[in-house]
Design a binder for this molecule. Structure first.
Ligand code: ACO
Length: 297
């Protein structure tokens, strides 16, 4: 069933970045079945949207998400197994299956609350930046369930076992700095810098060749569950696939710009992509040739 009007989600596109925000701030962006259906369709559509280079997932009103809606997702569906199944399928699909394999880079912009089921989208995205004063909590144990769907699994995969056990078993709240320390997010920043830092990361991602970035993020994800032989084989095949299916012809373009044109140093910068997305040198490093302009895609 196609959704014609979004109510629980807002979508805003700007300079290649698409901001997908949960939109139930009065409920701290707790996730209702309707919200899950809207997120599922929205992410599906954006994956092939030419204007969208990077997807940011956040929440309106300054709240990432207070997890599953205890009333609408749980209690009201207790006697409705069909409704519960449909909602759970959509919830799991967008928060994990879609995000984990997404063809475009994704960033979680986290602030306010990140509770319970919200850890799925937190860890399903490729990168996460949080405000230092965000309240994270795996609260499930505090109201009589375990971190379900895939929450226990994705938390256990993301951080060291002692951290996973501590926070899942105690349900103790922690802040952005602690989330950074234990590897739950990439970094924590003062709240007033959150949006600017998110844009900065998105722009860096847009400087890369989309095909190479896509293959790289898929590769890093997939090899986690492979042994060494499988990884050799998969990575070789994936590497060949980039050469065939890459409109940028990144490999040859990169070599040409480095070896022939002396235009950049791959250690510090990206080659200039067709889009014009070319990197600035790392801090303190001078560009070698003409300065390449960073242009938002
Ligand atoms: N499900 C349903 N409603 C929620 C949820 C939720 N997860 N979280 C907040 N709300 C609602 C509240 O019931 C309240 O509704 P009301 O205005 O109709 O009374 C409204 O959102 C605002 O919530 P408050 O508690 O008043 O806001 P406050 O900022 O003081 O606290 C907090 C926010 C800390 C998030 C608190 O609401 C809370 O602990 N919520 C439960 C969070 C939780 O345990 N989530 C995990 C669910 S389980 C899972 O995801 C698998």
């Amino acid at each position: 069933m196609a959704i014609t009007k979004l109510e629980c989600v807002t979508v805003e596109k700007q300079d290649g970045i698409t901001w997908v925000m949960l939109n139930r701030p009065e409920k701290r962006n707790a996730m209702s079945p309707q919200l899950h259906y809207e997120m599922d369709e929205t992410l599906r559509d954006l994956e092939t949207d030419p204007e969208t280079k990077v997807v940011v997932i956040g929440g309106n009103g300054g709240y990432f998400s207070a997890g599953q809606d205890l009333k609408m997702f749980f209690r009201e569906n207790e006697k409705n197994p069909a409704g519960r199944k449909r909602a759970a399928e959509a919830a799991n699909r967008w928060r994990w299956e879609r995000l984990y394999k997404y063809d475009k880079p994704t960033i979680a912009m986290v602030e306010g609350y990140c509770v319970g089921g919200a850890f799925m989208q937190l860890l399903g995205t490729d990168f996460a930046i949080a405000a230092e004063d965000t309240v994270f909590s795996l609260s499930e144990v505090n109201w009589g369930i375990l971190p379900g769907a895939l929450v226990s699994k994705v938390v256990a995969d993301a951080v060291l076992p002692r951290h996973a056990l501590y926070y899942c078993c105690l349900g103790e709240a922690f802040d952005g700095k602690e989330a950074e320390r234990i590897g739950m997010i990439n970094f924590a920043v003062p709240k007033k810098k959150l949006r600017a830092e998110t844009i900065k990361l998105a722009k860096k991602l847009m400087e890369k060749s989309p095909a190479v970035l896509r293959a790289t993020k898929h590769a890093v994800r997939q090899v986690r569950t492979m042994d060494f032989d499988q990884s050799y084989d998969y990575l070789a095949a994936k590497g060949q696939a980039i050469k065939v299916g890459d409109p940028e012809d990144s490999y040859n373009t990169g070599l040409k710009q480095f070896l022939d044109e002396k235009a950049y140093k791959p250690t510090f910068q990206s080659f200039k992509t067709k889009d014009g997305g070319a990197s600035k040198p790392a801090k303190g490093k001078k560009p070698l040739a003409k300065k390449s302009k960073v242009k938002s895609a």
